[in-house]
Design a protein around this ligand. Structure first.
Ligand SMILES: [Zn+2]
Length: 233
């Protein structure tokens, strides 16, 4: 779905057991850059490459992959995409980067490991998926981001530190189109209201609420939410 002059919201459907998970990575471009924000689950690299093709581009031309945060459904396909585009540089906020490159145990996996012997039958498959997923998905982060950093490409991509969902979650404000790519820091409710990170999946609810307010304080034409799509203002 075309959102603005140089912004496309990809719709990626990833089979997951009996179900399908729909994700909305973002593609931004100019003459020399093709930027992807968030990269799906492990084994979804091909599916994302196809979505990039459907948008009229080629995954081998990716120059930057920006990760909003450490979770497996955001970093999972990055290594596969780097096989198409070995020149692409990976960016993430400095606080979540050690969870992405494997120096620290990812936040959601750590929380489950702490009570490993008392996980419910419903939690076990999630735990196993995280355990095996991260084992293959960890990757080096080339560039560490901080709040307010602006990547000087595609009209300026501003890092907006929006912790809460994870300790180092970042959103990306596209200055030329006034679109905020919010990852999991905000979700669009059925009534088109913008809500914060899903409390059940949130590391720190207080920080998440503050991050939602921070997002809303920007001059916005719309937001792209990774699990709930596009909301135009
Ligand atoms: Zn997510």
């Amino acid at each position: 779905m075309k959102i603005a002059e140089n912004v496309e919201m990809l719709e990626v459907k990833i089979p997951r057991g009996e179900q399908t998970m729909t994700l909305y990575p973002t593609l931004i471009w100019n003459d020399n850059h093709l930027v992807l924000i968030d990269a799906g689950l492990p084994n979804s690299g091909e599916i994302i490459a196809q979505a990039i093709k459907n948008a009229g581009f080629d995954a081998k031309d990716l120059t930057e992959i920006l990760l909003t945060h450490q979770d497996i459904d955001h970093i999972g396909g990055t290594r596969e995409l780097l096989k198409f585009a070995p020149q692409a540089k990976v960016y993430a906020h400095e606080i979540d980067a050690p969870f992405i490159d494997g120096k620290k145990t990812p936040t959601k996996l750590e929380a489950l490991e702490q009570r490993k012997n008392s996980l419910s039958p419903a939690e076990l498959p999630f735990y196993n998926m995280l355990k095996t997923g991260f084992a293959t998905a960890h990757l080096p982060v080339d560039t560490l981001l901080r709040d307010g950093d602006v990547l000087d490409l595609c009209g300026g991509i501003e890092t907006v530190f929006t912790p809460g969902h994870t300790p180092g979650h970042a959103s990306f404000y596209l200055r030329s189109s006034k679109i905020m790519v919010v990852g999991d820091a905000a979700n669009i409710a059925d009534n088109n209201e913008l809500h914060g990170s899903n409390p059940a999946m949130t590391w720190d609810n207080e920080k998440a609420e503050a991050s939602l307010a921070k997002i809303k304080s920007y001059d916005l034409n719309g937001v792209i939410s990774y699990h709930t799509g596009y909301l135009k203002f």
